[in-house]
Design a protein around this ligand. Structure first.
Ligand SMILES: [Zn+2]
Length: 179
């Protein structure tokens, strides 16, 4: 596991070499996704638990909470504990996609995390924006259609971002297989 993890880290570092215009973001911890426009209703817990099973996630690391104090946040992955909080007010048809994005953050942390919160992720991916874009690209690879950070960017994921996201998803798959 340790050897595989180092290998992956090296591969992702190579895949996400810092771009010329990468802007070092202020330490933004925890990460979050703003709440998008309202969608249709559904059963929140059923939708979330179905999604978590498909992702081979541990539901114990996920909670659904009232975020009335900051209602613009859709989901939060907290470091270093690497747990996710989903906004209970999230439109139901976006629960799965937000969960996919936060799941990638958990994998990012599983590979690169240290005790100093988000800094190692920014170092690994080339800034906070790249941490978020790779999370969106990984979520797309898992079937997501809603991606906040890619927004209306016509190029969507770059080949480098897709490569980093694929390595993360492959690592998680191998991790689940006990590799
Ligand atoms: Zn995020």
């Amino acid at each position: 596991m340790r050897t595989a993890r180092r290998f992956l880290a090296a591969a992702i570092l190579a895949a996400t070499a810092i771009t010329a215009n990468a802007t070092p973001a202020a330490a933004a911890n925890p990460t979050h996704m703003p709440v998008p426009a309202k969608g249709r209703g559904c059963d929140y817990q059923t939708t979330l638990q179905t999604t978590l099973r498909a992702l081979h996630e541990d539901p114990a690391d996920w909670s659904v909470v009232d975020m009335a104090d900051d209602p613009t946040i859709a989901g939060v992955t907290r470091y270093p504990e690497n747990t996710v909080r989903m906004n209970a007010a999230l439109p139901c048809d976006l629960i799965a996609d937000v969960a996919r994005h936060e799941h990638i953050h958990r994998v990012q942390w599983a590979v690169f995390g240290r005790s100093d919160a988000k800094t190692p992720l920014e170092d690994a991916f080339g800034g906070d924006e790249e941490v978020e874009r790779v999370a969106d690209c990984g979520a797309i690879q898992l079937g997501a259609e809603y991606t906040y950070y890619l927004g209306s960017d016509p190029t969507l994921c770059t080949s480098r971002e897709n490569h980093a996201a694929r390595l993360l998803n492959d690592w998680w798959t191998a991790h689940q297989a006990g590799a």
